[in-house]
Design a protein around this ligand. Structure first.
Ligand code: ADP
Ligand code: MG
Length: 532
């Protein structure tokens, strides 16, 4: 019988009152890709940090290849053959690839000879595992996907035969993620052991051999990937049945609610964030804006939400809105029927030290039912918030708790409850389910579709392509401050959207669709379109 590459026995770890890991047993077999899945806060990163020597477990033992091994720090982890690929890369930006790979691994002061040796080794590794990167390129000039390859090379250079990747695809385009998975399969086939942490069911199904499910600090089950399904895994993660597909009827769009023409934004550093955006969202439809983070989607939402300034034209219900970005603009926007669920809810959506009821009333405190003339009615605010919290399944439904004491998913529900229950004509919504658990995702998606079905216009920005594909009635893809193209969900593929997200015109691959740069609404008729 083969020995596990890693065996954990009874690992526990608490942070104050939070039991992040509770009595965890796990066996990871050599030469396999072993997925660990679980909702936010399930304890995945904590467990891996213990394995990599960042945290010390309160209890429990670690066995590497059958031998009990203490891992007090990352040196010990490296010595035990464990490599970690971080979500936020720890590369030195102005060093070359080669320098980054040998950094911290060179023998004594003899850097020169080891550089020549490293270059050779790097070539071999690159050839063997599709890890090609130019050794002499400066890291800051590399795409995120290539930087990740450097992280992997770094671990392999240190002779890791167990590789841990914690949520590695969050920053990648679909094509980059596919490439990463090819690399991982190659490494596995050479006998390396891979631990892949992710909350994405599809990735687990695509690439892993075995999957372990964590929930609330505990290790629930370990199953063969071939013996499970996304639905089954979701149910294990959440503890109840979850609807993975958005249940929605075809849209029946009405008149344009939002019209954007020639929108340009230059940021404080003189960088052009939006380079002439044209788009339209009609009543009763969801326009999804896809793109890799940092391609102008955030700037678009902030301008429309009145947080930053821009030039160009924006009309809501046919009437122009002010783009000067002055502070009072959030209020003006609300008066015009625009609601905004910002991407960065900690910075823009909530005041964390304020109670839920204060946050719910935030921005609306001077209107009925919260106010009659000069007096704000705190009791009405509390009661109204409690009712909203019930309806939006916020847990716990206590309006007096400060916003910071809710989990990320529940904070998001508080912001959504506030914005959606205003019954806006136009909802701007950024990353609606970032940091949100699968069970709450289902709920949030249903509320968004309901608002659409009530005839409202929704502009959805998300870096999750699955979310864009399943919610949108039309999809616009942004790249480098421009809209690369618009597609209908039923007539496109993740592959085609991925090309557009990478700045390539994906027209060759897909069905006839509007070309990049065409004004919205000139392509196929969205009315003829069934929901994906
Ligand atoms: P996951 O990676 O599955 O999302 P984590 O391991 O990051 O989960 O977190 C598990 C729990 O431990 C969460 O409740 C989190 O808030 C808590 N936690 C994680 N790291 C720390 C820390 N350094 N200090 C305090 N609490 C932490
Ligand atoms: Mg984590």
């Amino acid at each position: 019988m083969t020995e596990p590459a890693i065996e954990l026995r009874g690992i526990s770890k608490a942070f104050g009152p939070v039991q992040a890991n509770r009595d965890i047993d796990l066996k990871v077999m050599p030469g396999t890709i072993h997925g660990i899945i679980g909702e936010n806060g399930a304890g995945k990163s904590t467990l891996m940090s213990i394995l990599y020597g960042f945290y010390k477990a309160d209890r429990g033992t670690i066995l590497i290849k059958g031998r009990e091994t203490a891992i007090p720090d990352s040196q010990a982890a490296i010595a035990a053959g464990i490599g970690m690929v971080f979500q936020h890369f720890k590369l030195v930006q102005n060093f070359t690839v080669l320098e980054n790979v040998v950094l911290g691994a060179e023998e004594g002061a003899m850097l020169r000879p080891s550089l020549a040796k490293a270059r050779r080794l790097l070539r071999e590794l690159a050839d063997e595992y599709e890890l090609e990167v130019d050794p002499d390129e400066t890291v800051e000039n590399l795409s995120v996907g290539h930087q990740q390859r450097v992280e992997i090379l770094k671990a392999l250079y240190r002779q890791a035969d167990i590789l841990i990747l914690d949520e590695p695809t969050g920053v990648l385009t679909p094509a980059e993620a596919d490439h990463l998975f090819r690399i991982l399969r190659g490494l596995r086939d050479e006998g390396k052991t891979i631990i892949l942490i992710t909350h994405k069911l599809r990735e687990i199904m695509d690439v892993t051999d075995t999957v372990s499910v964590m929930r609330r600090g505990e290790m629930l089950d370990t199953v063969g990937t071939a013996d499970t399904s996304p639905e089954d895994l979701a149910e294990r993660m959440v503890g109840r049945k979850v609807l993975l597909r958005v249940d929605k009827r075809p849209a029946s769009p009405g008149a344009p609610v939002l019209e954007v023409e020639g929108l340009r934004v230059v940021d404080a550093d003189g960088v052009e964030r939006l380079r002439g955006i044209d788009l339209q969202v009609r009543a009763g439809e969801i326009l999804g804006v896809a793109g890799v983070a940092g391609n102008g989607q955030s700037a678009l939402l902030e301008v429309l939400g009145g947080i930053s300034k821009a030039t160009g034209t924006v009309r809501v219900n046919g009437e122009g809105i002010d783009l000067s970005g002055t502070r009072s603009d959030g209020r003006t926007r609300r008066a015009r029927g625009i609601a905004h669920v910002p991407e960065d809810r900690h910075r823009l959506g909530l005041i964390l030290d304020f109670a839920a009821w204060e946050n719910t009333a935030f921005g609306y405190h001077d209107k009925a039912p919260y106010s009659s003339g000069a007096m704000m009615d705190h009791k009405a605010m509390r009661e109204d918030t409690a009712a909203k919290m019930e309806r939006f399944d916020v847990r716990p439904p206590d309006p007096n708790l400060p916003a910071k004491s809710f989990s990320g998913g529940n904070q998001q529900k508080i912001v959504l409850a506030r914005e959606i229950e205003r019954n806006p004509d136009l909802l701007l919504i950024g990353q609606p389910t970032r940091g949100v658990d699968i069970g709450a995702i289902e709920f949030i998606h249903q509320r968004i579709v309901e608002l659409r079905d009530a005839g409202k216009a929704i502009l959805l920005v998300s870096v999750e392509l699955d979310e864009i594909m399943s919610l949108s009635d039309r999809i616009a893809v942004m790249f480098d401050g421009r809209i690369m193209g618009e597609r209908l969900p039923a007539e496109t593929s993740e592959g085609e959207l991925g090309l557009l997200m990478a700045g390539m015109d994906g027209a060759a691959e897909g069905a006839p669709a509007p070309k990049a740069g065409d004004p919205p609404g000139t392509g196929a008729d969205p009315l003829a379109e069934g929901a994906a």
